[in-house]
Design a binder for this molecule. Sequence first.
Ligand code: DHB
Length: 390
Amino acid sequence: VHTQVAIVGAGPAGLVLSHLLAEAGIESIVIDRRTREEIESTIRAGILEQNTVELLRRIDPATRVDTVGQRHDGIELRFDGEGHRIDFSALVGRSVWLHPQHEVLKDLLALRLSLGQDIRFGVTADRVDDAESESPRVLATDAEGEPLEIVAGFVVGADGSRSVVRATVSGARDGGYFREYPFAWFGILCEAPPSADELIYSNSAEGFALISQRSPEVQRMYFQCDPDTDPAALDDAEIWRTLQSRVPGTELHEGPIFQRDVLRFRSSVARRLRAGRTALVGDAAHTVPPTGAKGMNLAIADVVLLADALEALFGVSDERPLDSFEERALSRIWKAQHFSWWMTNMLHVAPGASDFDRRRQLGELRSVVESEAGRAYLAEGYTGWPMPGR
Ligand code: DHB
């Protein structure tokens, strides 16, 4: 089959890109190895920056971000047994929205399918050929095991951290810039009312915990654990004991735990984001540790830049925005890498941390919360820097 843009991956990046391209009169085909049901049910991130929310509202009149999602005007940092509110609205006049990624995906899939978008589920990309030519090709295998070849004017890898397209763009599926952390999160979903009005990011001597939410009836909570922890190794009582001990001062509302997982932390940035007529966006291009919730928002920012570049390419044969795509995207990506690294290191307790390390960390936390500039710095990064422009 032929199309203008072949998009590998029907996550937030791929779907938003297909929409922005369609608005500019550019046709695309989106493929994803997963079924629609899998895409709509996988539990991922939960926080949307104001930029992301404004974009979703603009492109989707039926978005449920304001009905199912909830606006949060701040977060709490808790350390040394005390809570400190970071008041986003007062500090930077911006907010974030708690709205699970799979709910965003349900809306985006419904939107794109209602507008006639060609989305093919259960189709696995095997490789990209002729990336440097004017007609790169995606070689894929469909749900029946039959080969599918998509010949396009441009190929986009929005296919997540295990991207197949990355090999074509950056020379290898691995490689690039990479950092591991000695941290992981033990995450749970439970049936209980919220334990606090806003998210609590808590640093305690035993380690970090994050009290988040999903809805009035379902809560998401995490605690720092060893990356090799087996999610099945802890019983519910131990999980609650651990969580409770890490947020002294708050009585957590407990309830049946119906999902548990261990999330490993890594930071990565692909060596290149574009080669000829192929580019990477979202987790295919970079991953960030979860602290600070940048992942999905960064993916959307990549896509805004790339859509603009492709509009210039296909609309008026202007290649300049495409030529500067990588540099402009990387500028935001490295800021987000730093923000996520900073929040992670400021809040987690490193294995083997000395008394000096521990006291220095409390000094850092104090220097942030006791300074309006410090709180505003955190608020700017958390609610999101201005969307990229040309
Ligand atoms: C959630 C995840 C994050 O990484 C974060 O910083 C805040 C909230 C969440 O899943 O709810």
